[in-house]
Design a protein around this ligand. Structure first.
Ligand SMILES: *[C@@H]1O[C@H](CO)[C@@H](O)[C@H](O)[C@H]1NC(C)=O
Ligand SMILES: *[C@@H]1O[C@H](CO)[C@@H](O)[C@H](O)[C@H]1NC(C)=O
Ligand SMILES: *[C@@H]1O[C@H](CO)[C@@H](O)[C@H](O)[C@H]1NC(C)=O
Ligand SMILES: *[C@@H]1O[C@H](CO)[C@@H](O)[C@H](O)[C@H]1NC(C)=O
Ligand SMILES: *[C@@H]1O[C@H](CO)[C@@H](O)[C@H](O)[C@H]1NC(C)=O
Length: 599
């Protein structure tokens, strides 16, 4: 038998085996051409979603551990009310399905038009599997469109079938999850054969029972990893018993002299109160996770370098934030971050640049209670970018005729805490007259889910050059807060950050700003001195109607005050640049093209 023939037969056999095994083992989370994306919607692994999409349609498969009915829906708030719901069950070798919706109530009403098309459905080994397709935008007001924003999926199932779709009983299980359906990283078909993993995690760390929130940093020494590898996958690893006490976790890195590092390696510190300077200033972002327990796959042409000796990062710092609301004693945790890496270097060598609002030393971020749409901005200024990209002839003055270095942005992870509502990363470009024009937004989420902190892959990558500036806009809803919220790392503080994945990797790691608040006025219109700004804000009675003028003052100050930029790199000599600049007036702001074909 010649070789191609053998291959052919092997392929057939292996695909038969694949079919048999996939039929035998549900749930099946494997990536297949029809469904490259998969996500568990519940915590117990009893409701699995696989999907894919093109420009007009999305198609889904749900695998649910029940022989009863299953429900799947798109909601506004992750609740039953105001949602678009697909319900199906298998009985007598047939699939019964229906399109429902809710408004203010929870009971599903039958949609006038059935827009969910069933592709197949069967029951097997106690599981129900349904494949179905829908238009991204059905133009039906009883449906919800599927967009690039975070989608609040809801799911439900019953342990038994109803007698008919018109006689649905209340579900036995339900839940919701924020998922970005259209901008998520794909799992590759195969990982390279030499892929290996490295864990950065705690070892039996006892979470203090004296604090509600604890920050723990642990140091890892990679000085002896002299070969260069590429990180291709980053995963969260949890200790099941303490999983829900992990608020968020981040992996940072930097280069320090090997002899200093030997001293810190394996040690634990409180990240803020007793970490030595080397650890505190080690802030090149590598990975971060909130409650979303989703593996992050780098796009297939991109790798983040690890190892390599010389001046490459050798100190890795795992920063864990634990919550222990009830001050439970004896919680032992070994959670952390797992990295998968390969020696098969990918085409592009990427890095993360953190863009956002500086939150120390004076908090520098202040959100009054009772606001529905409070805007906080942060700039990655042109000067910082020019410094960080190196080789920009202009050094902060515009000269677009000169060939310049560039960064290609491939992905964005937004980061805010509980008040985060919408997040947008804008891309400004200056012309020769120093007028700020706007490119398409790098990323925008009008339905941000702070619990998930999902990573968004850009459907259209964008280049940043020396005459560009980034503007991050975070909008908060503080209606349920009684007291002001300031910048900080605990869940009750706020952040306005974006981790920008770009290539080729440059020295810049952080590109941040804070408002000078120099336009802030007191109630009678006098400028407030810089050193009194936060005291004045904290002393304001935000519950009195008289605070309205202060609210307006604060918003105007944030709109008009100059910004102070700070950018850093820890890889080479620990250098950073600081400068103040007026906020630009954007001529020709970008507006989202109307993609809807509905009339
Ligand atoms: C998109 O997918 C739908 C459903 O599978 C299909 O009918 C349609 O032809 C596809 N469109 C394109 C452009 O491939
Ligand atoms: C599926 O359901 C059966 C019956 O309730 C249960 O025994 C089994 O453990 C479930 N499987 C999973 C993965 O939860
Ligand atoms: C952590 O604790 C478990 C259970 O007590 C033990 O088996 C394991 O060896 C410990 N690991 C380390 C690194 O101490
Ligand atoms: C570029 O700008 C920075 C910050 O303003 C300044 O410190 C530096 O001297 C400038 N470099 C050149 C070559 O002009
Ligand atoms: C970015 O710029 C480089 C060099 O000009 C070019 O090769 C590349 O195609 C650009 N990428 C994008 C996404 O525009």
């Amino acid at each position: 038998m010649d070789k191609p023939m053998t291959m052919y037969i092997l392929l057939i056999i292996s695909s038969l085996v694949a079919m048999v095994t996939s039929q035998d083992t549900l749930p099946d989370r494997s990536r297949i051409v029809r469904y490259p994306y998969t996500e568990d919607l519940d915590m117990e692994g009893r409701y699995i979603l696989r999907w894919n999409f093109n420009e007009t349609h999305a198609w889904f498969e749900v695998q649910v551990n029940t022989t009863g009915y299953v429900g799947f829906g798109i909601s506004t708030e992750g609740r039953m009310r105001d949602s678009d719901i697909f319900v199906a069950y298998v009985a007598n070798d047939r699939v019964y399905s229906g399109d429902f919706y809710t408004r203010t109530g929870r009971y599903p009403l039958t949609d006038d038009v059935d827009d969910w098309i069933v592709d197949y459905g069967y029951e097997q080994g106690g599981w129900t599997v349904i494949g179905f397709t829908r238009l991204l935008d059905t133009c039906d007001t009883q449906d919800k469109p599927i967009t690039e924003h975070t989608t609040r999926l809801i799911y439900a199932y019953g342990y038994s079938d109803p007698s008919s779709l018109q006689a649905l009983r209340r579900h036995d299980e339900r839940g919701s999850k924020g998922v970005n359906l259209l901008t998520r990283p794909t799992r590759p078909m195969f990982l390279p054969a030499d892929s290996q993993t490295a864990d950065f995690r705690n070892e039996n760390y006892t979470i203090p029972s004296t604090e509600r929130s604890t920050f723990r940093c642990r140091v890892f020494d990679l000085t002896n990893v002299l070969d260069k590898y590429h990180i291709i996958k980053i995963s969260p690893v949890f200790t099941p018993e303490t999983e829900y006490h992990v608020g968020h976790m981040t992996l940072f890195r930097c280069h320090v002299p090997a002899e200093d590092l030997r001293f810190y390696a394996g040690q634990d510190f409180n990240c803020f109160t007793d970490a030595p300077g080397h650890v505190q200033f080690c802030r090149e972002h590598v990975a971060s996770f909130g409650n979303g327990k989703t593996d992050f796959y780098l796009p297939e042409d991109i790798g983040i370098p690890i190892g390599g000796g010389g001046n490459e990062p050798n100190m890795y710092v795992l920063a864990m934030q634990y919550t222990n609301q009830d001050k439970t004693p004896g919680l032992v945790d070994s959670s952390g971050i797992r990295i998968t890496y390969t020696s098969e270097l990918r085409q592009h060598e990427a890095g993360f640049m953190t863009v956002g609002n500086i939150i120390s030393p004076n908090w520098a971020q202040f959100i009054p209670p009772g606001e529905t749409d409070f805007l906080q901005k942060a700039y990655c200024s042109m000067k910082c970018l020019a410094w960080g990209m190196e080789g920009c002839v202009a050094n902060g003055t515009v000269n677009p005729t000169v060939a310049s270095p560039f960064m290609t942005v491939a992905g964005v992870q937004f980061l805010s805490h509980e008040l985060g509502k919408t997040m947008k990363l804008r891309h400004l470009a200056y012309d020769e007259k120093h007028v700020a024009l706007e490119n398409p937004w790098l990323a925008y989420d009008n339905s941000y889910d702070p619990n998930e902190q999902t990573f968004r892959v850009l459907p259209r990558r964008q280049n940043i050059t020396c005459w560009d500036e980034l503007l991050l806009e975070c909008v908060y809803n503080s209606q349920n807060r009684m007291t002001p919220t300031v910048g900080g790392w605990t869940a009750l503080n706020e952040l306005c950050r974006a981790h920008v994945l770009y290539y080729p990797r440059k020295r810049i790691e952080g590109c941040m700003s804070w408002s000078s608040y120099q336009q802030l006025q007191d109630r009678v219109g006098n400028r407030i001195e810089a050193r009194h700004v936060f005291k004045t804000l904290h002393d304001t009675d935000w519950h009195s109607p008289a605070s309205n003028s202060m609210r307006n003052n604060l918003k105007r100050a944030l709109r008009e005050s100059s910004e102070i930029a700070q950018c850093w790199s820890s890889r080479r000599e620990r250098s950073y640049a600081v400068d103040g600049f007026p906020q630009p007036t954007i001529i020709g702001p970008y507006t989202e093209p109307v993609t809807s074909t509905c009339v």
